[in-house]
Design a binder for this molecule. Structure first.
Ligand code: FES
Ligand code: FES
Length: 163
């Protein structure tokens, strides 16, 4: 089936088999391998992307369902000059990753969270990120990173809020 959607702001037209997942379409047809596949049945969150601004499990969507949509993947976080997004910088700074397998999904969930709730405190971060599983970090560094990124994006020189 012919499918047209935008990925990270670029229009993409593909001939996609109806059974092909969005994750496979992104990884194999678009070459965007930053979207990782772990469980492939909607549990781990590694494949999280934004579809029309909402987090979606790319392993649970068919590629054809993205027709006409705007998809953002982890590659879309990169700045125009290749610089890291403040969320990526915060993950590095606060040890929010070890093997990095979960990281793309974590970043996309965190991006949506901070877009919708820029002042999210630690409890909100834990709650909203609970659909993303990490086998390495123990989560503390991830929460620290999202909290710090929120402060940076708000331009809060005093650092994270205590809420
Ligand atoms: S690979 Fe999609 S939720 Fe685990
Ligand atoms: S950093 Fe290894 S799974 Fe999260």
């Amino acid at each position: 089936m012919d499918v047209t959607f935008s990925v990270n702001g670029e229009r993409v037209s593909l001939d996609v088999e109806p059974r092909r997942t969005l994750a496979d379409a992104l990884r194999e047809d678009c070459g965007l391998t930053g979207t990782h596949l772990g469980c492939e049945h909607g549990v781990c969150g590694a494949c999280t992307v934004l579809v029309d601004g909402q987090p979606a499990r790319a392993c649970l969507m068919f590629g054809v369902q993205a027709d006409g949509c705007s998809v953002t993947t982890v590659e879309g976080l990169e700045g125009e000059d290749g610089e890291l997004h403040p969320l990526q910088e915060a993950f590095v700074e606060h040890h929010g990753l070890q093997c990095g397998f979960c990281t793309p999904g974590m970043l996309m969930s965190a991006l949506h969270l901070l877009d919708t709730d820029p002042g999210a405190g630690r409890e909100t971060i834990r709650e909203e990120m609970s659909g993303n599983i990490c086998r390495c970090t123990g989560y503390q560094g991830i929460v620290d990173a999202v909290e710090a990124a929120g402060a940076a994006l708000r331009g809060d020189a005093d650092g994270p809020s205590s809420s």
